[in-house]
Design a protein around this ligand. Structure first.
Ligand code: FES
Length: 119
């Protein structure tokens, strides 16, 4: 295995993820969320950086996905954490989420996953 590993995988066809929709795909045992924002596709980790909420079960409004558990919001185009989730009287910590490069070739959506450890 090289010190720098690149995986490329066809994860879906464009018709499977209409504008404003999301889909979870698996790459190397990781759940990755692919979202269609105005005809452009973006990919981020599917698990919320707060407590691992399943972002695909949340909502997508434009480029903002909202976690179904405590309401944290992430920009799917950049991975930026846009709001801190609140529960009861405390605000929880979240961080930006990982993004993945996406390319469309013909009708195929390809996701690129880079890793220095092959995971
Ligand atoms: S797990 Fe996502 S906001 Fe708490």
């Amino acid at each position: 295995m090289s010190a720098y590993d690149l995986s490329i995988k066809k994860v879906a066809e464009t018709s499977e993820i209409p504008i404003g929709k999301m889909k979870v795909v698996k790459m190397k045992e990781k759940d990755i969320l692919v979202a269609n924002v105005n005809g452009n596709f973006y990919a981020i980790d599917n698990h919320c950086t707060h407590e691992g909420g399943n972002l695909s079960k949340g909502s997508l409004d434009g480029n903002i996905v909202t976690c179904p558990l405590h309401g944290s919001k992430f920009d799917v185009t950049t991975g930026k954490d846009l709001s801190k989730p609140k529960s009861w009287f405390q605000t929880h910590k979240t961080i930006d989420t990982k993004t993945y490069e996406v390319k469309v070739k013909g009708n195929d959506i390809l996701v690129y996953q880079r890793s220095s450890w092959g995971v």
